[in-house]
Design a protein around this ligand. Sequence first.
Ligand code: BYC
Length: 472
Amino acid sequence: MAAVDYQDRIPNNVDLASNRRLLRALEEWQPRFLRWWADVGPQGFQARDVYLRTAVSVDAAGWAHFGYVRMPDYRWGIFLAEPEPGRTIGFGSYRGQPAWTEVPGEHRGTLRRLIVTQGDTEPASVEQQRHLGRTCPSLYDLRNLFQVNVEEGRHLWAMVYLLHAYFGRDGREEAEALLQRRSGDHDRPRILGAFNEPTPDWLSFFMFTYFTDRDGKYQLACLAESGFDPLSRTCRFMLTEEAHHMFVGEAGIGRIVRRTCEVMREHRTDDVRRYGAIDLSTVQKYLNFHYSLSLDLFGGEISTNAGNFYTAGLKGRFEETKHPDDHVLRDATYPVTAPDGDRIVTRLEPALPALNERLRDDYIADCQRGVDRWNQVIQRAGVDFRLRLPHRGFHRTIGNFAGARISPDGRVISAAEWEAHRTEWLPTDADRAFVQSLMTPVVAPGRFAGWIAPPSRGINGQPVDFEYVRAG
Ligand code: BYC
C-alpha cells in the first residue's frame, strides 16, 4: 500500500505517479475544480485559517492530521482503503468470483451511472451550503461547516478519480459535467431531488447533515460492498469521513433542543420565540421536511434498477455479509408498504426489486436512534413534548407514496385535510422567516448564538473557546 505523499500535487495512495496519462488528466481537472470551489464553494472565509483535519493515511489508527489551513489550500486527494487480499464478490449472480479490478464491460454504463449519481451529490451539498458561513452561530460551528464542505469536495475527487481511471473518454466527460451542473439550477440541476433544495439556515444545515448525510452513509455502505473493487475501497474510506458529518447534524439538533428546553424552563412558557429560541414544533416541522426529502433519495420501493444493480454485483445491501441468506435473493420476498385506496397496506413482494425499500428500512431504524437521543434531552429537561419521525409515506414525491396525501401519523387523508394541516406539518414561509431572523453571526471565540447550546467538548481535544477559524 503506497503511503500518502503530501509533496505530490495531488496527494494519493494509488501510486498516481506511475500512470502519467491519468496523472496528467487529473492535473488538468484540478484547476477546474479549484475554479468551481472559488465560484460556488463557501462564500467568504477563503483567506482565513481554518482548523481542519486532513487525511494522512487510510489505516484505522489515527488517519487524520489537524491544523490550520486556508480552504483553497486544502490537500484534496485520492485515498482508497487497503485492498483485502483475495476479496470475492459477495452477492448476486457473480457471487464467489474474484472482485473486479477493472470495469466489467457488460455493466459499464450502469456502473458509470451509479458513480456519477453518487459523485453529483458531493459538489451539490457544497453549493447548497455556500452562504451559511455568513450566519454561523459560533466559530466551532463555522469550522465544522467548512470541515464538511472540504470533505464533500474530497468525495467528489474520489468519484472523479474512478471516472478518469476506469471509464476513458466518457468518464472524463462525466467528470466535467459534475462541475457544470448546479444545485437548484433550472436548466442544469443536480441529479437527485434533495440536492436541489436550498439550505438557507443552520437549522436546515443540521437537519441535512443528520438526515441527508445519513442517506450518504447507507448508499456508500452498499457501494462499499460492490464487486468493482476500486469503488468498494473508495467508499470504505469515504465512510470514515461521513461519520463526522452525521455527528455534526445529530449534535447540532441536540444542542438546539437543549437550548430551547432551557429557555422553556427559565421562562415557564412554550412561547420561546420571544426569547430568541426555536420552538420544538418548528424543529418538528423541519424534521418532517428533511426526513421526507431524504426518504425519497432511496428511489422507488419497487425498482428493477435496484434488483439489476444487485444481481450484477454492483451495489449490495447494507452490511451484506451479515444477512443469513443466499445473497442472490431470486426466491426471497420482502414486505413493502403502499397506499391502497384509503388504507396503507404492506404486502410481500419479490426481494430483488424491493431492495431500495429494504435499505430505506435500515435507514429509518438508524434515524430513529438519534430522535430517541434528542427526546432524552427533552425528557430530562422535564418538558412534555416528543419529536417523532413522520410516517414513511408523508410528503413523498418518489415511489409508491408519490402523489398520495399521508398524514405524519400514517393515514391516507383528503386534499381538504391535507390543506387544513399542512402549515402544522411543514415549515411555512413565516417559520422560515423566523428561523432566518435568528441567523446573526457570532464569531467571538467561545461565544454561541442564543438559539443553540454550546457543545460539551471541542474538536480534537481543543477547548470549546478555541479559535477554530482565525480572524482575517
Ligand atoms: N430524485 O428505479 P428508481 C450522499 C430516479 S447521498 C431524483 O426508483 P433507483 C451525500 C433514478 O435515478 C447518497 N431522481 O430508483 C449526502 C432513476 O432515474 P433513471 C448518494 C430520482 O435507480 C449528503 C429513476 O428515478 N448516492 O452521498 O433504484 C451530502 C427511477 O428510479 C430520485 C446514491 O444515491 C430522487 N430522489 O435508485 C453529500 C448512490 N430517486 O436512472 C453527499 C447511487 C430516484 O431511470 N445511486 N430517481 O434516469 C443509486 O443507487 C440510485 O441511483 C438511487 C435511485 C438510489 C438514487
